[in-house]
Each structure stands twice: as structure tokens, then as C-alpha cells.
Design a protein around this ligand. Sequence first.
Ligand code: FES
Length: 173
Amino acid sequence: MLPKPSGENGKNAASGLPHSSGDKRFKILELHMKKHQFRQDALIEVLHKAQELFGYLEDDLLLFVATKLKLPPSRVYGVATFYHFFQLKPQGEHACVVCLGTACYVKGADKIIGGIQEKYKIKSGETTADNKLSLLTARCIGACGIAPAVTYDGQVAPKQTPEAALEKIKTWI
Ligand code: FES
């Protein structure tokens, strides 16, 4: 079950204001919903976009979508869990999402993901055996100007290299 709106993020999502985190990806997602006139029957399409942007669908994100589309959170959560192509919050303690959109890809995102896969012996979508790290990919997280971009536990980091990514992950493991 989704939690009730709580904390700063929940309040803002419920009030219809932009997401309080200031994360640009919420704005992009909202524009996408607007393109669909906030139609409730665009839910699957919207969830696809959300996953493209964030790599996975966390509770807070599902709640944001529910609020904007004026749908009960249980309905949004139900759809997200029903379809196998939607990935809910990864099981690992930490999540690294490598953007594989065009701008990031041409600037070496494939080398970043390759470096992480090789070092931790996991593929995209998998979690290390000790449950410390989940590795995911996204398709354009709206930060092309600072490509290649990677998010570490939801925080977007600019101009990443395989070395920088491994250095960051080392602090988690
Ligand atoms: S392609 Fe990676 S942020 Fe746009």
C-alpha cells in the first residue's frame, strides 16, 4: 500500500504545487501529463514516462502521479505493480541510475554502466548479493546539458565518468 501523503513532499503533491524537491524531472513529468490533458486513461503512458525519467517508480513518485491525475493512490499503485515492465523501488539499499538517453550515451554513459557491471558483477535491473546496490538505467532524465548524468539515491550528478561512479558507489559498499 502507498503511504498517505506525509512530510513536505506529500503535502506539496497533494496541494497541486510543483514537487517540493525541486527535482526538474517532476516538472518534465508534469508537462508530459499536461500534454495528455491530465487524462486518467493516460496513466500507463504517464508511468512509462516516469520510469524513463527516474529509472524506477518510488512511492513518492506514484503519489505525485496520483495527485496530478486525480486518481486514488491505490489505483496507481495497482497498475504499477500489475505490469511487469514497471519497476518499483529497487530492493537494494542504494540505487544508481545511469542515464542512457542519447546525449548521455554519446558522452560515454555506456562505459559508466559497463564499468559498474564489471566491478559489481550485476546487470542493469539487478541488485548485488549483499543488497547494497541496485543498478538501473533511465532514458533522458532532463539533464542533457550536464551529460553524462547519473543519479545516486535520487540525486543527479553531472558529467560522470566510470571512475567517478565507482568512487561514489564505493562510499556505499
Ligand atoms: S540524455 Fe541523459 S539527461 Fe538527457
